[in-house]
Design a protein around this ligand. Sequence first.
Ligand SMILES: Nc1ncnc2c1ncn2[C@@H]1O[C@H](COP(=O)(O)OP(=O)(O)OP(=O)(O)O)[C@@H](O)[C@H]1O
Ligand SMILES: [Mg+2]
Length: 501
Amino acid sequence: MKDTKGYGTVISGVDGPSTRRFSFVINTGNIIKRGQFIQLETEEGKLIGRVSDVYKTNRYFMRPESVKEYESSGRTMDSIFPVSDWEYLVADVHTVGVYHSDGFTDSLFPPSPGVRVLEPDTGILTKFFGLDSQGLNLGKLPHHGVDVKVNPTRFLQKHLAILAISGAGKSFLSSVIIEELLDRKEDQGQISTVVVDTHGEYSSFAEDPKYAAKTRVFPVSDIRIGLANLSPGRISEFLPKLSFVQARELVKVMRGVEKKNYGIEDLIKEIEGNEDIKSATRDVLLSNLEELKTTGIFGVSDYPDLGELAKQGRLSVIDLSETTNLFKKQVIVTHFARRLFNARRRDEIPPFLLVVEESHQFAPEKMKEEHAISKSVITLIAREGRKFNASLCLISQRPIQLSTTALSQCNTHFILRVTNPYDLDHIGKSSEGINQAVLKQISSLPVGSGLIVGEAVNFPLFVRIRNRKSKPSSRGLPMEKAAVEYYRKIKQNQKDAKEFM
Ligand SMILES: Nc1ncnc2c1ncn2[C@@H]1O[C@H](COP(=O)(O)OP(=O)(O)OP(=O)(O)O)[C@@H](O)[C@H]1O
Ligand SMILES: [Mg+2]
């Protein structure tokens, strides 16, 4: 029969109750699971704790010599003693914090043994974690059915990092976040979302009837950077090998170009014909510009232009999946991220979220800026974006390789499964409020679950991420499914060819 006195009663143990943890004996009929939240009334207010483990105890089985002695007599313990009456379930709890009239604080005083452990009130859990009924719906709090809706400002304004091993569901989660942003009504505040999509996973938004009208995909083959859009000083950002003097010469030439819309070839011609530049400098400039030219992205004007790229309530996908050239990808990210940030500073475009997949490729920790030209603009937005509502969502499967400056400016971390001990250690150090017990859980999280820590929530919070509403990406299909699809495609092609003949 289920006990009506709540989940159980706080017990007195060798090292508890303390301010940080305590145990309680579970009342008959209650099913308490690891990870579940509980509530207690204490002098400080309503204490919220999280069950860190559950174990069984039975005094009849505490002494191995007695158990062995009785069992070796040919009889079983339960035929001699009422053992089942003495089996108890005990739950260990880590204190999360205390809710009281002034808000939420750390627990500074231990609960008393004998205090009743109660099912948490869902309203208090919602307030306790700082969730927002009008916020972005990311999923559910496991065991409690509470919607995890996070306030968009708290979640995004001071930047978000999504960290996990490959295949843990980072892109899935960021798609859920994008759906939530696209579903917002005008009076709820709509922002513009721009995704740097390295694997072509987000173009599926454009194929989904619900989101197609709100999505534009810009494939890398169409993307252009207009030289004329570039202030002369900025071009040297793409030419990190130039010395100061060489860059100055180039700027001089660019300022002198009379043609309004000029391309890289026009610039090369200008330099070839410019007798004022020393021939050694000229050779260096020409070889560097030729290298830029091979990326094939420099034209006379930007595509997309800023107005198309940053539209309120819309999604723009910069699809880089067709190129493997890292320099080219970095050039694109550098240019468009800088234009977005500068325009946002002048309030010319709506507040935006720039989602960067594989962000360790664009803002790597160890690489020098000349090999990672996009690093400086990403760290700039990370440092200063908050003031202008220019937000970043950095996604990475190798947090240890991601710029610490950028990562440390991400005030919310969404951590899915991470198994590499170096990455775990790095996360433990860079995310506040994560203890060893939580780190252990991160390494065994199933796909679709994760931990939110930082600015977005008052206390670290595990979430079961909701299903996506939009069409899933066909990239990253399970192997059998991909093989079946491939077979179907080949068969269809053969059939089409036959019909054609
Ligand atoms: N919350 C979820 N619910 C259901 N399925 C999910 C969830 N999250 C991820 N998956 C599935 O798991 C697989 C991997 O997810 P996803 O591509 O998002 O991983 P990832 O972390 O982005 O991987 P990578 O580092 O390779 O980019 C996909 O097939 C996806 O559909
Ligand atoms: Mg991914």
